[in-house]
Design a binder for this molecule. Structure first.
Ligand code: ADP
Length: 397
């Protein structure tokens, strides 16, 4: 059984073909710059040179056709014919309140996805375009949608409601949804497995820290709170996103400072976070370099970022009346020794003791707390594609 996992962005397609008999990734790739100059497909297969196709790609359908061609390519491909693809799993950002689990895509689901566009105007449209392109190219292959929001649907009302007029929720769906759900679900279940414990017996805080970042409080296997909100702009400080700020700042920017809605949107999503604070980079590695060279703004950016994550951990310990294990995942979470150390520094009062030697680790599942620590701390690499493939397999069986 082979499953193709597709993650469509506005001008990109990420893909993986996974053999579910052993969960081996047969090929993975990225198509970039769809619809703009310089379109390029890069496919990687373990043990082989990269396969690169540079050709104009007008739209996603064309790009996905090239992905299928690359997968069946006689010299560079990994399957003989498209018939070997048994199903396609699509990453979909927003499933609204409708979807708390992955679902087989049919006409009704497509309608619901369209209805969610107003909640995720940047993200859901390319996901829908990708699904339609795959349906046109593989009309008889079952497709599954896996939602970033689904895992967080177990949050209680008190966690997801905003204290604004109730009709904003009732009429317009304004509430906390949360994102990165596939990743939080995966690493929480992985850490339970690694610890040899039942997920249902654990209080877990998962810290997904990449370019975008979010934390989740997971009690007895269910998400009870998460740091991203109505959109992925909320929560902890990120690479280019502000995270939580006083909403009145937005009003001030619009009224007193005269910025347009588009400008404010771009400032908060693309020019803020550690990029905005440092003026140097959104990449945490560059900021660490800056900090080590004594750059004040890089240092400030990292301090603000780390403080925001630390406070969120504290909040979730309060929300769950304790924590058994904290998990770090995604680009920074899996790889940044100094950031993990700084985030956890000063939490000894709460029973969190990092082991510095164990913390010197990159991208592998590992316990990084001391044995004497009341709270375990782990690094667990995320694998959203594998979750999408597993969900897809589970649904089509
Ligand atoms: P995305 O949110 O785009 O999926 P990733 O999870 O791939 O992001 O994480 C990418 C980010 O992780 C980079 O922007 C970088 O800042 C950070 N990162 C990766 N490796 C390290 C490292 N060794 N130290 C600090 N940050 C890192």
């Amino acid at each position: 059984m082979k499953i193709l996992v597709i993650n469509c962005g506005s001008s990109s397609v990420k893909y993986q073909l996974i053999d579910m008999s052993n969960e081996e990734v047969l090929a993975h790739g990225l198509v970039e710059r769809i619809g703009i100059q310089g379109s390029i497909l890069t496919q990687k297969v373990e043990g082989r040179d990269k396969y690169i196709i540079e050709t104009p790609m007008e739209n996603h359908k064309f790009a996905i056709k090239l992905v299928l061609d690359a997968l069946v390519d006689e010299k560079n491909g990994v399957i003989k014919s498209m018939d070997e693809i048994n199903a396609v799993g699509h990453r979909v950002v927003h499933g609204g309140e409708k979807y708390s689990q992955s679902v087989i895509i049919d006409e009704n689901v497509m309608k619901e996805l369209e209805a969610c566009v107003k909640l995720a105007p940047l993200h859901n449209p390319p996901n829908i375009v990708g699904i339609n392109a795959c349906k046109a190219l593989m009309p008889n292959v079952p497709m599954v949608a896996v939602f970033d929001t689904a895992f967080h649907q177990t949050m209680p009302e008190k966690a997801y409601m905003y204290a604004i007029p109730y009709e904003m929720y009732e009429k317009h769906g304004v509430r906390k949804y949360g994102f990165h759900g596939t990743s939080h679900r995966y690493v929480s279940s992985e850490v339970a497995k690694t610890m040899g414990k039942d997920l249902k017996d654990l209080k877990i805080i998962t810290c997904h820290l990449g370019n975008g970042g979010s934390l989740a409080a997971i009690k007895n296997g269910e998400c009870i709170d998460t740091s991203m909100g109505f959109t992925p702009l909320d929560g902890v400080v990120m690479g280019t996103r502000s995270g939580s700020i006083d909403p009145a700042v937005v009003l001030y920017m619009a009224t007193d400072l005269g910025y347009s809605v588009d400008e404010i949107n771009s400032i908060l999503n693309k020019k803020s976070g550690v990029l905005g604070l440092s003026g140097i980079s959104s990449d945490f590695r560059d900021l660490q370099d800056g900090l080590e060279k004594g750059n004040e703004r890089a240092t400030l950016a990292l301090e603000v970022f780390r403080y925001s994550v630390k406070k969120q951990i504290g909040a979730y310990i309060a929300a769950m009346n304790g924590v058994d294990v904290i998990v770090f995942t995604a680009g920074l979470g899996e790889n940044s020794v100094p950031n993990r150390k700084a985030i956890l520094n000063g939490l000894e009062y709460l029973g969190i003791e990092l082991d510095e030697e164990r913390n010197d680790t990159y991208g592998v599942t590992k316990k990084i707390s001391k044995d004497s620590s009341k709270v375990d701390v782990y690094v667990v690499p995320t694998n959203e594609e594998l979750v999408i493939a597993r969900d897809t397999l589970g649904l089509i069986k």
